[in-house]
Design a protein around this ligand. Structure first.
Ligand SMILES: Cc1ncc(C[n+]2csc(CCOP(=O)(O)OP(=O)(O)O)c2C)c(N)n1
Length: 236
């Protein structure tokens, strides 16, 4: 009797049919797939449930919370060179924001200043994963993504000080700037979540032009709790 193959083995066989791991007709050679194999060691053995008690909303965590932290190990996604490159972007991101903090304390920043302290890995590594033709729409805490995409710390500093040589020529005092002609970067939009439909439009436009690109934007937990976000995600 023929032995039934486990599901994972079947999937591996399917991937071997094409050069980039997807099952697709040979007529679309530019097609890219975005499957990410799950190499994580951590498999959390707990669940988080949202509980509503009248007007109150809280979260209940149940399960094994005493599991040991997973060991430090080499990435299976990135080689050492790539890890070092991303780390360098993260350090630059942190250093630039420390300098911005000093400028703010010296009263040289016009308006507010926004940091991505502790979020450097999210900004830098995600932008690093894109290729040149892909489109990126950072939010104000993702200045590290702008660095990876080719902006310089100088651009951010000049922008916050509203200098004439800044990307918006002194017309804006925060990180509301992009570069849609060279770097495929859409400016942050103040209304949280509004970059989602904008980037869906960019993706749709690219598809109509038969270009196979990825688009990316960011959203925080505050932004995602906005009821309109779900409509925006439906558009995407
Ligand atoms: C649609 C909309 N609602 C409210 C605001 C005001 N607002 C600006 S930042 C912010 C909090 C954002 O929180 P989160 O998304 O978690 O990001 P964080 O700043 O904490 O990184 C709010 C409510 C806004 N800009 N847009």
């Amino acid at each position: 009797m023929k032995k039934k193959q486990p599901k994972t083995a079947a999937r591996v066989k399917l991937r071997a049919n094409s050069s980039n791991g997807s099952k697709r007709p040979a007529s679309l050679p530019q097609q890219r797939t975005f499957e990410i194999p799950d190499y994580r060691l951590e498999k959390p053995a707990f669940t988080v449930r949202q509980i509503r008690k009248g007007e109150e909303c809280c979260y209940e965590v149940s399960g094994d919370l005493s599991a040991p932290a997973p060991p430090i190990r080499d990435s299976k996604y990135l080689n050492k060179q790539q890890c070092i490159e991303i780390y360098r972007w993260m350090v630059l991101n942190r250093r630039m924001e420390q300098a911005l903090e000093n400028l703010y304390k010296q009263g040289k920043v016009v308006g507010g200043v926004y940091f991505g302290l502790g979020q450097e890995a999210c900004s830098c590594a995600s932008a690093y994963a894109l290729v040149k033709d892909d489109w990126l729409a950072p939010m104000i805490r993702n200045q590290g993504a702008l660095l990876v995409r080719g902006f310089e710390p100088r651009d951010m500093m000049m922008q916050y000080m509203a200098k004439a040589d800044s990307p918006t020529k002194g017309r804006d005092g925060t990180s509301h700037f992009g570069d849609i002609s060279q770097r495929n970067v859409v400016s942050p939009i103040s209304m949280l979540g509004d970059l989602v439909p904008v980037m869906a439009g960019v993706a749709l436009g690219a598809r109509l032009q038969a270009r196979n690109i990825a688009v990316m934007t960011y959203i925080g937990d505050g932004g995602q709790s906005n009821i309109r976000l779900h409509r925006k995600c439906s558009i995407a």
